[in-house]
Ligand binder design. Structure first.
Ligand code: CP
Length: 309
């Protein structure tokens, strides 16, 4: 299958065939990453800018690593060490990037829609590495690759997304991607952390975390995004943990095999018990991180229009 997209801005309009193609391509890169020299010349001569206006550990490092594994030339931009500190706008930054003949831009920005705007300003490809509370498509793709490592089929698979759905770009991209692939998705959070638009999504809404665990093959715990809490969405973190935390006690009570996922960073002891995060019987959290490199290699490769040697 050829890949016709120039940009990856979100998963809302990405088909099941395209998602499957990205996951299959990532499998070939997983094999390359196992080799003694895990590097291929696929993007030799291409220049990629990593434009991070917001903090990141996993996404930024795995894009950088993916670009190096594909032999691309990379430039790293962070707001603290750029002319943004002097007030330069996204538009002016984009025009300067364009003037330097960059092939691809990976952007993380606090404003929803910033990658879409950038895609209108430059000739190169744009990859959304997280825009505000909107989408984080490569995170959902690496989550789906991790799910596919552990389960045969998305069809009929039950995934409960538990936590701060309102502010979560990871939740939105996973909801679009997982429902497109045929999984059943439930959202569980205090009513104040469920967005109004959730009624339009093809998901169940649950407000009892025991019910969510009972429903699920996979529980995807989400971070309470303290930096985006503009109102008192819940009384205290202790109360949030008591009512919505994924705990050992709750999993024992459910008495079933449940896979625990989390996009990171984790607030240990708030949305997820610390020992559960590290429990290899349940947790695939570090597998998600490992898969991030292969997924980002696949996305960079497919958008570049290059062929593998
Ligand atoms: N999952 C994720 O986006 O993590 P970072 O913020 O560290 O990139």
């Amino acid at each position: 299958m050829s890949f016709e997209r120039k940009h990856l801005l979100g998963l809302e309009d990405v088909s099941a065939e395209e998602i499957t193609h990205i996951l299959d391509t990532a499998e070939t890169f997983k094999e390359i990453l196992q080799r003694p020299i895990p590097k291929v010349p696929t993007l030799r001569g291409k220049t990629i800018v990593n434009l991070f206006y917001e903090a990141s550990t996993r996404t930024r490092f795995s894009f950088e690593l993916a670009e190096k594994r594909l032999s691309a030339d990379t430039l790293n931009f962070s707001t603290s060490a750029s002319a943004v500190k002097k007030g330069e706008s996204l538009r002016d930054t984009a025009q300067n990037i364009e003037a330097m003949k960059v092939d691809m831009v990976v952007i993380r920005h606090s404003a929803a829609g910033a990658p879409h705007y950038l895609a209108q300003c430059i000739k190169g490809s744009v990859i959304n590495a997280g825009d505000g509370c909107h989408e984080h498509p490569t995170q959902a793709l690496l989550d789906m690759l991790t799910i596919r490592d552990n389960y045969k089929d998305f069809k009929g698979l039950r995934v409960a997304i538990v936590g701060d759905i309102l502010h979560s770009r990871v939740a939105r991209s996973n909801i679009y991607g997982l429902t497109t692939m045929g999984a059943e998705v439930a959202l569980c959070a205090p009513q104040t952390l469920i967005p109004y638009e959730a009624e339009k999504w093809n998901v169940r809404l649950l407000n009892d975390v025991d019910e969510a665990i009972g429903f699920a093959d996979i529980v995807m715990a989400l971070r309470i995004q303290m930096e985006r809490q503009t109102q008192n969405f819940f009384p205290t973190l202790r109360e949030y943990h008591n009512f919505f935390g994924i705990t050992r006690e709750r999993l024992d009570r459910a008495n079933k095999k449940v896979t625990i996922m989390h996009p990171g960073p984790i607030n240990r002891g708030i949305e997820l018990d610390s020992d559960l995060a590290d429990d290899e019987h349940h947790s695939v959290i570090l597998n998600q991180v490992t898969n991030g490199v292969a997924i980002r290699m696949a996305v960079l490769y497919l958008l570049s229009g290059e062929t593998q040697e």
